[in-house]
Design a protein around this ligand. Structure first.
Ligand SMILES: NCc1[nH]cc(CCC(=O)O)c1CC(=O)O
Length: 319
């Protein structure tokens, strides 16, 4: 049990509806675990909240949704930051660490269509919104005839644009949609063998100062072992492939079996921007070393053609 601190522990967050939901969830868990401790929430805008009209792949800046919070943490203004793990770069700034990876929500992407039509039943040329290269490339492979349109902004904005721009549908992560209470708007949960999710998708993480034992003891109980093992493998894969949001990378780890037979299965893919060239593979290994599995899968993908794909993607994004 951790000792109570005689000042409020300050939790930093972005100010979007989803970020605030996630922070409230973390706050609820902390209050339950440490009823004597006082906590305070501090909302901070990030660059990603301010630039709303440019596709993320074009801004190409790592830490778009995290940097301002990280600076506040290093300056002691906040004690921890709650993030969507998916938005966190694989390399953290010096002096900061992941304190906990919380239990993952449904990790799949979903399709939301005002007409209730599933992706496989859409008419030829239907307009589907997503700015994510990972989603686009896998959609192109599945339905090369669709017209894919860019969309940005927080979840509320995207839902509004869906109607305003008369789009046939929108792809989002299930987790955000469910957390905001919009599960009834979901037309289709997309199977992960058709669209492999992003690294860390569906998980909330708590970032904190390295070596801050006091804060670590509050945060540690929120770590969810199975989610953390899977996601550590996914992040090791991505770090090795030097992905950011610019390169289409998907990955999904899962634990299979019980006790001594427990294994970590990791599926990963790297796609070319046109979706025509997709390199995908699955491997498994011992749960003791999730990072090693991520690295091994990355090596395997590079051998299978991911190296060429990544070079091409980098060339194209320079133009
Ligand atoms: N890229 C933005 C983003 N970052 C985290 C989520 C919510 C889902 C999650 O936590 O994985 C979303 C929205 C989306 O992709 O639909």
């Amino acid at each position: 049990m951790s000792a109570i601190i005689k000042r409020p522990i300050v939790i930093g967050t972005r100010d979007s509806a989803l970020a605030l939901w996630q922070t409230n969830w973390v706050l609820g868990r902390l209050k339950e675990l440490f009823p004597e401790q006082s906590f305070e929430v501090k909302a901070i805008k990030t660059k990603g909240d301010k630039i709303l009209d440019v596709a993320l792949a074009k801004i190409g800046d790592k830490g778009l949704f995290t940097k301002e919070l990280e600076v506040a943490m290093l300056e002691g203004e906040i004690d921890m930051a709650v993030h969507s793990l998916k938005d966190m770069p694989t390399q953290l700034p010096e002096g900061l660490v992941i304190g906990a990876i919380c239990e993952r929500e449904d990790c799949r992407d979903v399709f939301i269509s005002p007409s209730g039509t599933k992706i496989e039943d859409l008419p030829e040329g239907a307009k589907v919104a997503t700015s994510s290269l990972r989603r686009k490339s896998q959609l192109w492979k599945w339905r090369p005839d669709l017209e894919l349109v860019d969309i940005r902004g927080n979840l509320q904005t995207r839902m509004r644009k869906l109607e305003e721009q008369k789009l046939d549908g929108l792809i989002l992560a299930a987790a955000g949609v469910i957390r905001l209470g919009w599960a009834d708007k979901i037309t289709q949960y997309i199977p992960t063998d058709l669209i492999l999710p992003a690294v860390g998708q569906g998980s909330i993480t708590i970032e904190m100062r390295e070596g801050d034992e006091e804060i670590a003891s509050f945060v540690a109980p929120l770590n969810h072992e199975a989610s953390a093992l899977a996601i550590r493998a996914e992040r090791a894969l991505m770090r090795k492939l030097e992905g950011g949001c610019q390169v289409p990378i998907g990955a999904l780890g899962s634990l299979q079996g019980q006790g001594e037979n427990r294994r970590l299965v990791l599926n990963g893919l790297v796609a070319s921007l046109d979706g025509r060239n997709i390199c995908q593979e699955q491997i498994e290994g011992n749960t003791d070393e999730p990072e090693e599995i991520g690295l091994r899968l990355a090596e395997r993908l590079l051998q299978l053609g991911a190296r060429e794909i990544l070079n091409d993607v980098r060339q194209e994004s320079k133009q």
